[in-house]
Design a protein around this ligand. Structure first.
Ligand code: HEM
Length: 512
C-alpha cells in the first residue's frame, strides 16, 4: 500500500473520537484540579471570617468606583481584623491583609506578583523588575541596585528642579485664565519629563511640546491600561484584543517600542564606538540606560537588549505614574491644611532665600516639609494595594496560615488608616514622623514603598523628586482648595482622582 493510500485508509471518525476523548479528559483533569484547589483554599479560609458574599459575584459588586472603595476595604479590615477574604466571583479570592503584623510575614518573602492584575502591565512594560520572579528577578534586582545608589541619585536633582520649574511656568500661565486648575495632568507631564531625562538622557521637552509622539504614546498606554482595569470584560485578552481600545493599544505600543529599541541600539553603538563603558564610567554622569548597558553580574554577564527595554519601560512607567500621584496628593494636602503649608513655606524660604531653585545639599534641610510629605503618603498612598500569589504556604503570628497558590492582597491604605495602629488615623499630623515618634512605630506600619526584598527600588529617587517639587511649588505659589470640586479617590494603577485634583493657585511674592 502506498503512503497516500495508508493515510486515506485511517478512519477519520476514530481520529475525531480520540481527539474528543483527549480534550474531555484534559477539561475533566483541570476541573478536578480546580475543585481540589478551591476545597483546599476554602478549608484554609474558614479561619478567616469576612463580609457576606453574593453567591455569584462574591464582593465584586461592592466596588462602585465612587471614591469609597478603599474605605470599604478599610471597614472590612476593622470588622474582620488582620485579614479578610475578598471574593471576585465563585473562584477568585484574595486574602486582603490590613495589619502590619501580617504585612511583615508577607513582605519578608519573595512570592511572585499575581498574574491577574500584573498581566495587563506585562502587555506593555514586558518582563521588567516589577513583574519578574525567582532567580531572574534576583539577578535583575542586583544589576539595577547600583543604578539607584545615593551617589548616582544626587546627580538627578538638577533635572528634577529644571522640570519642576517648567511646570510652575505652565501653571502660572493658567492662573490668569482660570479660577481653579486641575494640577494632575501638569504634574504627570512634569514627572514624565524628569524620568525621561534621567533614564534616557534625553530632553523630550514634553511639557512644552504637546505634540511629542513618544510621550503622548506613553500617556495613552497608561490611559488604556487604566481603562482595561476599570472594565471587567477587558480582563480577557481575547475581548480586549478585538475591542477598539485593544487595537489602539497595539498600535501605540508598537511605535513606543520601536522608539525605545532605537534609542538602545543607538546608545549601544555610540558607547562601543567611544569605548565609554571602560574608560569614563567613573568620571562622568551616566543615565539609567548607560548604567543598564554597562551592568554585569559576577560572571561578567550583562542584560540583553530585550531585558534592557523591559527595565527601561518599567522604570519610566513606575517612575512617573507613582510620583505624579504622590506629588499631586501632597499638594492637595498642603492646600487642605494651610497651617502646615505655611510652616513648610517658612522652612523652605529660610533655606532658599532669594534662590528659585535647589540642589542636592538642600534636601536634608527641610525636616518639616519631609514630615508633611510622609504624612501625605500615609493618607494618600500612591500604590494603595499590592498583590502576590503564594509560592509556598505562609503562617502568621496568630497561628493562622494560608496554602500555596493562594492570592493575597495587601491594602497599604487600610494599614495606614488602621486605628489599632495609628492614633486618630484620619488626622493630618506630620509629627507622627518626628524622630522621637517614628521610632515607636511598628516596623511595617508605614509602607508607601512596601518593605523587604521586593520593596520599591526607586524610593530614594521618588523622595528626592517629591521634595524638590513640593519645595519649589510652595516657594512659588500659595495653594487652597476648591470646595466645589473635591477629589474623588480612584484606585487604578496608582491612586488618582476621578475628577482631577483642582486647586486654587496664587503667585507668592518672596516677602509674603
Ligand atoms: C511616590 C513614588 C513611589 C511609590 C509610592 C512607589 C511604591 C512602590 C511599591 C509599593 C512597590 C512594591 C510593589 C509590589 O510589591 O507589588 C514598588 C516597587 C517598585 N518600584 Fe516604586 N514607588 C514609587 C516610585 C518609584 C520610582 C521613582 C521608581 C523608579 C525610578 C520605582 C520603581 C519601582 C520598581 C522597579 C519596583 C519593583 C521592585 C521589585 O519588584 O524588585 N518606583 N514601588
Amino acid at each position: 500500500m502506498g503512503l497516500l493510500e495508508s493515510i486515506y485508509s485511517v478512519d477519520i471518525y476514530r481520529v475525531v473520537h480520540l481527539a474528543a476523548v483527549f480534550c474531555l479528559s484534559v477539561v475533566l483533569a483541570k476541573a478536578i484540579l480546580l475543585y481540589q484547589r478551591c476545597t483546599e483554599i476554602s478549608k484554609a479560609l474558614k479561619a478567616f471570617p469576612g463580609p457576606p458574599s453574593h453567591w455569584l459575584y462574591g464582593q465584586a459588586n461592592e466596588f462602585h468606583q465612587d471614591g469609597q472603595d478603599l474605605d470599604r476595604l478599610l471597614n472590612w479590615g476593622l470588622q474582620y481584623p488582620y485579614a479578610n477574604p475578598v471574593w471576585f466571583g465563585k473562584f477568585v479570592v484574595y486574602m486582603n491583609i490590613t495589619h502590619p503584623e501580617y504585612a511583615k510575614a508577607l513582605l519578608s518573602r519573595t512570592d511572585p506578583k499575581d498574574t491577574i492584575t500584573y498581566h495587563h502591565l506585562i502587555s506593555w512594560i514586558g518582563k521588567g523588575l516589577s513583574v519578574l520572579s525567582g532567580q531572574i528577578w534576583d539577578k535583575h534586582r542586583k544589576l539595577l541596585t547600583s543604578s539607584f545608589h545615593f551617589d548616582v541619585l544626587n546627580l538627578y536633582v538638577n533635572q528634577m528642579a529644571e522640570s519642576t520649574k517648567i511646570m510652575l511656568g505652565k501653571l502660572e500661565e493658567q492662573i490668569t485664565s482660570s479660577d481653579t486648575i486641575d494640577i494632575y495632568p501638569y504634574v504627570t507631564l512634569m514627572t514624565l519629563d524628569t524620568i525621561i531625562k534621567c533614564t534616557l538622557g534625553w530632553n523630550s521637552n514634553c511639557q512644552i511640546d504637546r505634540e511629542n509622539t513618544y510621550t503622548n504614546d506613553l500617556l495613552e498606554l497608561t490611559r488604556l491600561l487604566n481603562e482595561r482595569l476599570c472594565f471587567f470584560p477587558y480582563y480577557s485578552d481575547f475581548v480586549f484584543s478585538f475591542s477598539p481600545s485593544g487595537f489602539l493599544f497595539r498600535k501605540v505600543y508598537k511605535t513606543s517600542q520601536q522608539h525605545t529599541a532605537n534609542i538602545i541600539k543607538q546608545r549601544r553603538e555610540t558607547l562601543l564606538r567611544e569605548d565609554k563603558l571602560d574608560k569614563d564610567q567613573q568620571s562622568r554622569h551616566l543615565d539609567f540606560l548607560e548604567m543598564l548597558l554597562a551592568s554585569q553580574d559576577e560572571n561578567g554577564q550583562g542584560l540583553s537588549d530585550e531585558d534592557i527595554r523591559a527595565e527601561l519601560d518599567t522604570i519610566i512607567f513606575e517612575g512617573h505614574n507613582t510620583t505624579a500621584s504622590g506629588i499631586s496628593w501632597i499638594l492637595y494636602c498642603m492646600a487642605k491644611y494651610p497651617e502646615h503649608q505655611h510652616k513648610c513655606r517658612k522652612e523652605i524660604r529660610e533655606v532658599l532665600r532669594e534662590r528659585d531653585t535647589l540642589q542636592w545639599n538642600d534636601l536634608t534641610l527641610f525636616p518639616y516639609t519631609t514630615m508633611c510629605v510622609k504624612e501625605s503618603l500615609r493618607l494618600y498612598s500612591p500604590m494603595p494595594i499590592l498583590t502576590r500569589r503564594l509560592s509556598k504556604p505562609i503562617s502568621f503570628s496568630d497561628g493562622r496560615s494560608l496554602p500555596e497558590g493562594c492570592l493575597v492582597s495587601m491594602c497599604i491604605d487600610s494599614i495606614h488608616r488602621n486605628p489599632e495602629v495609628w492614633e486618630d488615623p484620619e488626622v493630618f499630623d506630620p509629627l507622627r514622623f518626628s524622630h522621637e515618634n517614628s521610632v515607636l512605630l511598628h516596623s511595617h506600619a508605614y509602607l508607601p514603598f512596601a518593605a523587604g526584598p521586593r520593596n520599591c527600588i526607586g524610593q530614594k529617587f521618588a523622595m528626592n523628586e517629591m521634595t524638590v517639587a513640593i519645595a519649589l511649588t510652595l516657594n512659588a505659589f500659595e495653594l487652597s482648595l476648591d470646595p466645589s470640586q473635591l477629589p474623588i479617590k480612584e484606585a487604578l494603577l496608582v491612586l488618582k482622582s476621578k475628577n482631577g485634583i483642582h486647586l486654587r493657585i496664587q503667585k507668592q511674592t518672596q516677602n509674603k
